[in-house]
Design a protein around this ligand. Sequence first.
Ligand code: MUC
Ligand code: MG
Length: 366
Amino acid sequence: MKITSVEAIPLAVPYRRPFAFASGRVTAADHVLVRLTTDDGLVGVGEAPPRPYTYGETAASVVATVRDLFAPVLVGADPFARERIRADLNRTVANNAAKGAVDTALWDLVGQACGQPVHVLLGHAADEVRVAHMIGLGTPKEMVADAAEMRDEHGVEAFKVKVGRELGVDLAAVRALRAELGDHVELYADANRGWDADTAVIAARRLADHGVTMLEEPNPADDVLGRRRIVAASPIPVVGDESTITLGGVARSLLDGDSQSISVKVARTGFTESAKIVGLCEGLGVTTMIGNQIDGMVNTVASAALGCGLAALARHPVEVTNFLLMTDDVLAEPPVITDGRLAARQVPGLGATIDPDKLAHYRIDH
Ligand code: MUC
Ligand code: MG
């Protein structure tokens, strides 16, 4: 089997409402759909959500990287040779989301060629995962309304709360969420590097008092000494996300004592490097969980496959609700979250069939 064509298609899908966090805000999904076609007619897909504040990529840069740098490597390659392809793609530095989307599409092809779902190829730890919802920044009232909607409509019982603003405002939101949701619900927090180290040390203690279980990216990642001070003082684990975006980066961060748990995202490490990161962490006794890059439906389906594939990831609720912020997307069958759970698709590959009419409507490269 050989790849015969590589497409990078920029999309624009409006959001129902903006999503805000300490390092940015999104108002529309300007994602890039990566589509690989093979000589035997298989089509694999991946999704790159450009996140300039984390990886320096834009939709235009993802399209250019895939078309100009990756396509010459991919055309003629066998999708099963993922390690060879990975080495070739890594001759280009960074471009994490572009690489993640290509790897996702490769696994989609391999699954289809083998007649097996991707989660089964990965190790088939589960058939469904518990879901965590990421609550964007807003007033305490807005944040409670968002969480209550997820609980009431989708049965979700785990929430990642965005923080990283003035501490009093964040604590008011966390208090209101705890009062509304009750003690049995898991709350963990993500500051997206919004605090300085001293504020983060106080925040970690106050958040722990409200039963918050983890604190992600409390301060700027290059403030390494500050980060270590937070890790030493925090009663709850400090989670690496945007400071731990590669296998080597995860290793360095853990060994240097900059983080204690790791957020893994298909959007940046696909399946291949995500599985390596999970293996590294498992060996070190470090918890991993699947985060959300404010993903659309393709990466949502891929995240469910990753979570159901690897036992270490299936243990923690998976962040897969952000696609619900979008008014629509290009998948023929949207993911469905029921009773706080999302099932892996039981079809060969990813099962991420693209609706041609929706694609024609939302692509912006006509
Ligand atoms: C997260 O966990 O930080 C916010 C921006 C982004 O790219 O991902 C998020 C979620
Ligand atoms: Mg994060």
